[in-house]
Design a protein around this ligand. Structure first.
Ligand code: ZN
Ligand code: ZN
Length: 283
């Protein structure tokens, strides 16, 4: 059976793999298709498309946007997005600036706690425009200030810990709108992690297209619950490993995969969205 892993990160956000490594790993796992869904970035998409083409793997350009609704953080995946869309690129640049400022603020808080980390050390290690907490954690370990990533999060970086900084986030509706504006399919990521089920009907009204039923951190029962929700709200079904490369021990790529049929339904929806975009008056 042909299968796909539709949730992967590269070193263009907080993953460790290059586009070439991702394609090689996808081939090793026997995946027919993969989607790259870096946080607030589409930078890795062109390179991964080329690497996948060379490896005979179908590539789906994507991204993962962070949103907030009623005090709950949630993630929205955009599939088959136009990675050159000017509105998308402007917004992503804005989110990336927010992320960079947040790193500086986290480092300032660490410094006030007499943890001598430099923001430059985080940026040098991250080597990407969308740095996040995992990069701060890695920099703390690299500088010998924490024994491991878990300690960095537990002591400093987890929500409400002393170096944690809240992040400005758009609403779920705005994220869905932005994905549609970039002609992509909007899918709620790993709902089992965020416990935001009560927000799903509102997101459906806002145009949500699908739901990530299969995810590394979803149990069989959780996946089943979201399959039922997908059925009830007529949402597309997706799934993926959320692999961050070698960040957290062994790579997850290929450990969660969905039948290729789900790629076909995603693709069909993308065609509809692109057709609707042609009819929409220019902003
Ligand atoms: Zn996520
Ligand atoms: Zn992710």
């Amino acid at each position: 059976m042909r299968v796909a892993d539709l949730h992967l990160h590269s070193h263009f956000s907080d993953g460790t793999y290059s586009p070439e490594e991702l394609a090689a790993q996808a081939r090793r796992c026997g995946l027919a298709a993969i989607a790259l869904t870096d946080h607030d970035s589409v930078e890795g998409c062109p390179g991964t498309a080329v690497a996948c083409a060379a490896a005979g793997i179908e590539f789906i350009p994507g991204t993962e946007l962070t949103a907030e609704q009623d005090g709950n953080e949630l993630h929205l995946l955009g599939y088959f997005i136009d990675t050159q869309n000017p509105s998308l690129l402007v917004q992503l640049a804005r989110f990336q600036a927010v992320r960079q400022n947040r790193i500086r603020e986290m480092v300032a808080r660490l410094n006030r706690l007499r943890v001598p980390l430099a923001a430059e050390a985080v940026f040098a290690l991250a080597k990407c425009r969308a740095p996040g907490r995992p990069h701060v954690a890695r920099a703390l370990v690299q500088a010998g200030l924490c024994a491991n990533l878990d300690e960095a999060f537990e002591r400093f970086l987890k929500k409400n810990r002393p170096a944690w900084v809240p992040k400005f986030k758009m609403s779920a509706g705005e994220a869905i709108e932005l994905i549609h504006l970039a002609e992509g399919v909007a899918v709620l990521a790993h709902p089992g992690l965020n416990r935001t089920d009560q927000l799903i009907p509102g997101m459906v009204k806002a145009g949500l297209d699908g739901i990530e039923c299969f995810h590394t951190k979803h149990s069989t029962t959780t996946s089943k619950r979201y399959l039922e929700l997908a059925d009830r709200f007529h949402l597309l079904v997706t799934g993926g490993s959320d692999c961050h490369g070698l960040n957290k021990g062994k790579p997850l790529i290929g450990t969660v995969k969905v039948p290729y049929l789900h790629v076909e339904t995603l693709k069909a929806r993308a065609v509809e969205i692109k057709a609707a975009a042609i009819l929409r008056p220019a902003p």
